[in-house]
Write a protein that binds this ligand. Structure first.
Ligand code: NDP
Length: 271
């Protein structure tokens, strides 16, 4: 049987790394992409090939997909995962930081979809798994730009799914809640770079209080398993939120409405 070929972005840590390893364990040949090559080298094997790239570099993405096709002849699965969270109050996050958030989290995903879709259309098959977030359906104080980027991915995914289903291609979303990776420590570092007037101090303290719960959250393996399931299932759910609190947060927003939900979140974040 022909070996199935996957391309995973953000594979140097967290969810992407766990996904690359699990797909390889399950028979895939995996192209594992990220910027930190030293971290990618740690997972190199007969079935995992590291690729150094920045998702804002369109030429590097085209070269990577051309390399996949020229060496393996096909691409079965794209896992769009590379991303980070720009925290900070909307009034205070610089436009430069906001643009960068979209460059990586939104346009990075789109660049990869544009690069692989012609090949998937030609082979009349393919599966794209876009990693979004619980913040793809809700938005809470301090998470505005990150939530906006993930809402954008959800909208783009729903659009592209309808555009390519006739070519045998399926595009699905996996929406994690809080998962223990490098994500939260990096978010907190970025938050420090945003200058907030003292009027916002309660919100900043609340963000820290919320995110220090992260050590009790599950590891990235549960999301990797969901990705593997999404590649194996002939008709996977179009949006799979996990763990359970990621589903409950979206249900609460729907049940409470925007104002009551904002009030509940403010209470939870203790401001
Ligand atoms: P990590 O910080 O552990 O991993 C992020 C990965 O993205 C790294 O491999 C990093 O690699 C890569 N990356 C970041 N920026 C770029 C870039 N410009 N070009 C190429 N690669 C880049 O976080 P997670 O594993 O947790 O995050 C993975 C995805 O899951 C993200 O899309 C995130 O939004 C989403 N998510 C995470 C949640 C969580 O609680 N952990 C919750 C909800 C969603 P490198 O720095 O080497 O380039």
């Amino acid at each position: 049987m022909t070996q199935r070929i996957a391309l995973v972005t953000g594979a140097s840590s967290g969810i992407g790394r766990a996904t690359a390893l699990l797909l390889a364990e399950n028979g895939y040949y995996v192209f594992a992409a990220a910027r930190r090559m030293d971290r990618l080298e740690q997972i190199r094997s007969d079935d995992i090939e590291p690729i150094e790239l920045d998702v804002i570099d369109e030429d590097a993405i085209c070269r990577t997909v051309n390399h996949v096709i020229s060496t393996k002849g096909r691409i079965d699965v794209l896992v769009n995962n590379a991303g980070y969270g720009q925290l900070g109050a909307i009034e205070c996050v610089s436009m430069e930081a906001a643009h960068r958030q979209f460059e990586v989290n939104v346009f990075g995903y789109v660049r990869f979809m544009q690069a692989v879709l012609p090949h998937m259309r030609e082979q009349k098959s393919g599966r794209i798994v876009n990693i979004t977030s619980v913040m793809g359906k809700i938005s809470t104080p301090g998470f505005g730009w990150y939530a906006a980027s993930k809402h954008a991915i959800e909208a783009l995914t729903d659009a592209v799914r309808g555009e390519v289903m006739e070519f045998g291609i399926d595009v699905v979303l996996i929406a994690p809640g809080l998962i223990k990776t490098e994500f939260v420590p990096k978010q907190l570092e970025l938050l420090k770079t945003v200058a907030h007037p003292t009027a916002y101090q309660k919100i900043i303290t609340g963000l820290y209080a919320l995110l220090v719960n992260e050590p009790t959250s599950p590891g990235p393996e549960i999301i990797a398993q969901a990705v593997l399931d999404a590649t194996k299932n002939s008709s996977p759910p179009v949006r799979h939120a996990l763990p359970l609190d990621a589903k409950m947060a979206v249900a609460a927003r729907w049940l409470f409405g925007a104002r009551l939900f904002a009030w509940v979140i403010r209470r939870q974040m203790k401001f």
